[in-house]
Design a protein around this ligand. Structure first.
Ligand code: ADP
Length: 598
């Protein structure tokens, strides 16, 4: 299926004026060589007449023709330079535009895509092909039209001289065209096959050169092993590609030999015609040039077509990415999210399996968090705590059952509104390599950049203010070592900054997944001591292993293998003497024993 129109639309959207100018210019450039060709015929024939008549006075009109031919040639060169400039400026604009489209699409996609290797293959191919294929298609189309117009005229000229010349011209370029089509298909299929391996090589290269794993790679002496794996993949890919290229070059060589034989056959015939006086010398020169140019244009025309065929195949990789459908999106006529809650949050018989998996990690979960209540979620590793946080923040939707906020299904709220009014801190929070100020402001990008008060207030709530003040440039210190003058901080300090991001947002709902797990005992104690005050009036959940926090929650949910094992307040659960009571007692024993050993 041809999808060229979509590419053309892309290019014209990215650079409308430049594309229009390039189009007009290429049409003019297509016609100029014909004028040049005709002028040369006039010059040669005029010159022959002058030589035959022996009257040097007749020379001047020929001279003017030479000047005109020169001017046409100069115009051709100037237009070619202008075209080249327009082409590169169009290329850059289109490439930036396509990257912008790619980025917007990536952010719009559901998280589930990011958990599927197929997505990364699609993304990789779209990133490789997207930025330059649309521009290439447009220049391919203009080239094809340009060559087509030139061909019409030259073909007519050759037909006029002898129909056989036109036929030989076509036959001469057909083999190359066939080879090109054939190898486009082969390369397209190979490209699809090689993507996972190429991505794997990219991953190994990132491991070897990136910062995140640099320490461990040294400590475990993994450098040689990883670079060996990398070389193995690259050499496999290289051997496969060279195999295809070998066949391609061989076929191209044979096709070129066939076309050379055709050209010289035609030339031999023209020499014979001129020698026997059936052609003028001017005709012969014009034939020679016309045949040469005819070859160039026909080759250009067919190669353009073959190129378009190839571009059309490869651009489908870009469209595959753009056509990915998100599941988590606004319903028609979404509800407005309230500024403050009226009743609260309800999990109603919620079950969930991660996309692509049959196994339910949450099974028939039901509980209610009333307005102004903070619910602690407790459970062993893998019990499904973080999954509850992800469902409540609508990174995924339940497979069965529903989550309601103020008696409205979460799916019915406008997503951007809901996100604005929900402050979430996930366990694997982001570390932005920007200044501390920016890191905190990203929690609420509506905060004015100059509003230091809100930023500092958020940092104080998260216990980050003191350590930030000790940094060389305070709140203007760039975090991380990726950029100039960046400063690395500890994991616990990063966590404080991430928590400050949550407090920078004035949101009625909070979702905190292990918000202090990396902090030192003192910081964690201080945070949890004031947590009740900090979260006053807010509704939400907090996931924590610290019983000091859990104990003070309005409600506690104990999860076991994706199901609610028990729920209630600290006192009621202690009375029940179930799982919660046994964990609490064990943690207390550890603390007491720890204290006695000290
Ligand atoms: P917890 O927070 O209680 O330690 P999680 O909610 O993170 O547990 O995980 C619950 C289960 O879901 C685990 O068994 C884990 O293997 C699975 N799981 C977690 N994240 C994903 C994911 N992105 N894709 C598929 N399965 C996942």
């Amino acid at each position: 299926m041809l999808r060229l129109d979509r590419a053309v639309l892309f290019v014209f959207r990215a650079a409308p004026w430049i594309s229009l100018a390039a189009l007009v210019l290429s049409l003019i450039s297509g016609l100029l060589p014909l004028a040049g060709l005709y002028l040369i015929k006039l010059i040669v024939d005029g010159l022959t007449l002058v030589v035959q008549s022996g009257d040097s006075g007749d020379f001047y009109p020929v001279f003017y023709l030479v000047v005109l031919a020169g001017l046409v040639a100069i115009a051709q060169h100037l237009l070619a330079s202008l075209s080249a400039y327009l082409a590169s400026s169009q290329g850059m604009k289109v490439s930036d535009y396509v990257l912008d489209v790619l980025h917007k699409k990536s952010v719009e996609l559901d998280l589930s895509f990011y958990e599927n290797p197929k997505y990364y293959n699609t993304l990789y191919r779209a990133q490789q092909e997207g930025p330059y294929r649309p521009g290439k298609i447009v220049s391919g189309l203009t080239n094809v039209f340009q060559n087509f117009f030139s061909l019409l005229a030259i073909g007519g000229l050759l037909l006029f001289l002898h129909w056989g010349f036109a036929l030989i011209l076509v036959l001469a370029v057909l083999p190359s065209l066939f080879v090109r089509f054939m190898f486009s298909g082969i390369l397209y299929k190979w490209y699809q096959k090689k993507t996972p391996l190429e991505r794997e090589a990219g991953y190994l290269s990132w491991l070897l050169t990136g910062y995140p794993n640099a320490r461990e790679i040294r400590l475990f002496n993994l450098g040689g092993w990883f670079s060996g794996l990398f070389s193995e993949i690259r050499s496999k890919l290289r051997i496969e590609e060279l195999g295809i290229q070998k066949k391609q070059h061989l076929c191209e060589g044979l096709a070129a030999a066939l076309s050379a034989a055709a050209v010289f056959t035609a030339m031999g015939y023209a020499v014979y015609q001129a020698g026997t006086g059936k052609m003028t010398i001017g005709d012969m020169v014009m034939f020679y040039q016309a045949f040469q140019r005819g070859m160039t244009h026909l080759k250009g025309f067919f190669e353009g077509l073959a190129g378009l065929y190839e571009d059309n195949l490869f651009i489908s990789y870009f469209y595959d990415f753009l056509d990915l459908q998100t599941e988590i999106k606004d319903v028609d006529n979404p509800s407005e999210f309230p500024d403050s809650l009226k009743s609260g949050i309800i999990f109603d018989n919620v079950s969930f399996a991660y996309p692509g998996s049959e196994e339910k990690v949450l099974k028939n979960i039901s509980f209610e968090i009333k307005k102004g209540e903070i619910c602690a979620v407790l459970g062993e590793n893998g019990a499904g705590k973080s999954t509850i946080a992800r469902l409540l923040s609508r990174l995924y939707d339940p497979v069965e059952g529903k989550i309601e906020i103020d008696s409205v299904n979460l799916k019915c709220y406008k997503i951007t509104e809901f996100r604005k009014k929900t402050a979430v801190m996930l366990q694997d929070f982001a570390k932005y390599h920007f200044t501390v100020n920016e890191n905190i402001r990203l929690g609420n990008i509506d905060i004015d950049r100059a509003d230091q008060y809100l930023i500092r207030a958020a940092a104080m709530k998260a216990g980050a203010h003191d350590f930030v003040n000790r940094l060389p440039r305070g709140y203007d210190t760039v975090l991380g070592k990726m950029f100039h003058d960046g400063m690395e901080i500890s994991q616990g300090e990063w966590q404080k900054v991430a928590l400050a991001r949550v407090f920078a947002k004035e949101a009625p709902i909070v979702i905190l997944d292990e918000p202090a797990s990396s902090m030192d005992v003192e910081s964690e104690y201080l945070i949890f001591q004031k947590m009740k005050t900090l979260l006053k009036g807010k509704t939400g959940i907090i996931i924590s292993h610290r019983f000091a926090t859990v104990k003070s929650a309005d409600k506690i949910i104990v999860l076991k293998k994706g199901e609610v094992a028990e729920s209630g307040t600290h006192d009621s659960l202690m009375e029940k003497k179930g799982l919660y009571c046994s964990w609490y007692t064990k943690q207390m024993q550890v603390h007491t024993q720890g204290d006695t050993h000290d």
